[in-house]
Design a protein around this ligand. Sequence first.
Ligand code: GLU
Length: 423
Amino acid sequence: MTAIATHEELNVYESAEARFEIAAKQLGLEEGLYRFLKYPNKEITVYIPVVMDDGHIEVFIGYRVQHSLVRGPCKGGIRYSPNVSIDEVRALASWMTWKCAVVDIPFGGAKGGIICDPEKLSRAEIERLTRRYTAELSEWLGPEKDVPAPDLGTDPQVMAWVMDTYSMHLRHTVTGVVTGKPIDIGGSRGRREATGRGMLITCNKALERFHLKPSDCRVIVQGFGNVGSIAAQLMHETGYKIIGASDIHGGLYNEKGIDIPKLIDWVYGQHKPLPDFPGGGERASSQDILFRSCDVLVPAAVENQITSQNAHQVDCKILCEGANGPTTAYADAILQEKGVFVLPDILANAGGVTVSYFEWVQDRQGFFWRENEVNNRLKDVMEHSFDEVVQVRETHKVNNRTAAYMLAIRRVASALRLRGIYA
Ligand code: GLU
């Protein structure tokens, strides 16, 4: 392993493969199954024409990668970002397969993305882009086939357009084609908060192992989008002290703790840049915030934040990965050597897809649960999954990430052995 973050290190697909390989080897996975699970099932590229507000036609590139349908319909978000690439979507699709298997929900994995900058598009342009993307993919989507959800740059309104477009093509309303929808059209109570809530639940479990109380814990959260801001809010309510936070504009650090409800109002109520928060503390860059001393570090922004070049600077007991792939495979060994207790993305942020599963179940039943019921079931799934990962860790003397992959690969491989290869 090299000490320099190379192109190879920063390619998320290579990172995903490296983790899969380590866990597959540790499991002694048969060669044939290894080959089967290493590659996606299907990769779809669509060129999406959109009439822009000024009347000219733009063409956007969109992807949907279906990694696995061995355990059930494909499941995974759609991201709108200028940095989307086929390698990224492919990596994210495979992570969804492992994530769904870690929490033992009956889905395979998929991911979609469109190369675009949603900040530079009007809502009307985003709507046309979404509808045409959905129309192009309609034969591959469906409650029994592939069920998208929100991810970076997309939100419940975008999911509403996906649901409506798909339903118009089928000539009847199909709420279960997509999750993360607004509650009024078949969304689930608690879905918006689910990823952050799942992170809180896994952190609470990790704290028990360290005999720590939330009030003993200083937390730094990188990223203040849906995942980071809600995790910070729920942790703050539980008594954790949030001493650092950042968004795309930069970060803030305050040893005494940041008033998170006020910060949320500043960023979301008043639409102001996070670092300008009055009396918030000392300014720091979004990268620097990762290396301040804390008990729980929560990278909840984008991929490749903790690499072989900077992992030695990380100064925390618990690393709770809110983003997908915030740590590179090369950094894993350094964190292990430092004794950091890592809550890997495919476990820590699985609360989102878990409540997506609940939403899909509710849509299919046409029977909707109270928020308490959603949250209690989520707690049960997350706590149980945490215990199962730790059990594999202890039995096989591996780190948490490898343990989570082993648990997931074992489940998918078992389903594959039972189903066999159709010829
Ligand atoms: N985009 C989220 C994730 O990466 C949610 C996926 C889903 O709910 O299907 O886990």
